[in-house]
Write a protein that binds this ligand. Sequence first.
Ligand SMILES: [Zn+2]
Length: 313
Amino acid sequence: MENLRIGVDLGGTKVEAVVVRLGGDAPDVLVRKRVPTHAERGYDAIVQATCELVRDVGRECGADDLPIGIGMPGSVTYRRSDGTRSDVPLVKNANTTSLNGRPFHADVQRALGRPIAFANDANCFALAEATWGASRGARVSFGVIMGTGVGGGIVLRGESGVLRAWDGAQGIAGEWGHLSLDAENGLPCYCGRRGCVEMYLAGPRIEQTYAARSGKTKSLSEIAQAAYEGEPAASRLMAERFELFGRAMATVIDILDPDVVVLGGGVSNVEGLYHEGIDAVRHWVFNDELGTRIVKHQIGDSAGVLGAALLPE
Ligand SMILES: [Zn+2]
């Protein structure tokens, strides 16, 4: 049972759990299972599905007491919607909206009868990449998710070499997706402000803007390919987005100055980010050169669930 951990990734459509042996150069996955989230069945069903999956993967390894880490979208708050304070953390900003305002952490811990480490999915991604992937060896790394939304997680390496996801005093560290690039005339965001990074760099937003401007429906990879081939609408749009990526990422680098930035999520497969995108970061960063490595993820789709397994101390 040495070094075994359970990691859970709670997504909008599926819940995935793994049992991983830690300590090696690569993640050693002993068990992997996924079930549908069934968000439409409501909060209690999500709690139940999560707990059953955890018991299930533990049983497969013959253990019912492995440390558990759970990664999920959103952050936490202690403020209830009526303004009063909660004693336990409540889910905030999750795209599985039935979780919002609910004490998911406390309910899952009570159902399973043991403490659990929680973090948002971007922190898990950043932790997995820093442990086994593209930002290995970095003292400070910033893991970026650019997918259906835009988020980020900060990982710090302590004196003893221990890696820790830094979630900040309010749990919002690394949330660069809602930096406003144009507060007056920018695209309206669901957070109530305008011009947020996510409105420009999330995959579906790029596709929507392309469709609105050109009258044609294309996937992000098709738009990137069309831009590469010189189609005017696609070229202009991607050039704009690389420029905005540069401005936003330079702001993060000016403040955090990480050794490595790792890009993940569907948008990270756009090759132009690693050329024009990095050129734009270099232009906007407050330095006469760009020493920050900005690289593509290595762990890929499993980084969330594997990073969750790294959360328990
Ligand atoms: Zn926003």
